[in-house]
Design a protein around this ligand. Sequence first.
Ligand SMILES: CC(C)(COP(=O)(O)OP(=O)(O)OC[C@H]1O[C@@H](n2cnc3c(N)ncnc32)[C@H](O)[C@@H]1OP(=O)(O)O)[C@@H](O)C(=O)NCCC(=O)NCCS
Length: 152
Amino acid sequence: MCRAGVNICIRSGCIEDIPELENIESECFDSSDYSLKRRQFRYLLSRSGSTFYVALLDSVVVGYICVIYYLKSARLYSIAVSRSVQGMGIASKLIGKAEEAVRMHGKTRFFLEVKVNNPAISLYTKSGFDLISKIDNYYIDGSIACKMMKLL
Ligand SMILES: CC(C)(COP(=O)(O)OP(=O)(O)OC[C@H]1O[C@@H](n2cnc3c(N)ncnc32)[C@H](O)[C@@H]1OP(=O)(O)O)[C@@H](O)C(=O)NCCC(=O)NCCS
């Protein structure tokens, strides 16, 4: 159960989820430059060294989170939730579940990059991530990235 009394189920993603994941991407990211493409989803879902969870509402995929691992850390690679169900606590739930996976992988540093003007920064701050640096010219359009980290 998440906020608003909605029953959300979280499970590992699979190749069959790709069409629904593509719909979420096109809804959530204005510029196609930043959205994950089919072959990237296929790679992330089939690669053993990453964590990929999907959130389901009435058996429909409404959100996902993807984490990739490095030697000493984990990186929140991407997260998105369908517009129609945003604000219900689904992303918070996905992050909580991803944190469990990061701990299971024995990593204590969980980091991410986010565009400086993305409202998702509030989500990350609320989830316990701190701003650790800013990186100029990080994105294709030249905008700045905020690097954030949570110690687990
Ligand atoms: C960012 C995103 C994943 C949040 O999903 P969500 O399920 O709506 O998030 P939650 O409901 O769990 O939000 C939890 C908290 O995060 C903050 N938050 C989330 N989205 C926010 C937004 N757009 N603006 C301001 N605060 C936001 C709020 O503080 C919220 O708590 P509150 O409802 O008590 O105020 C969703 O808006 C999205 O898919 N955005 C487009 C894709 C994207 O930018 N992904 C991040 C790339 S780095």
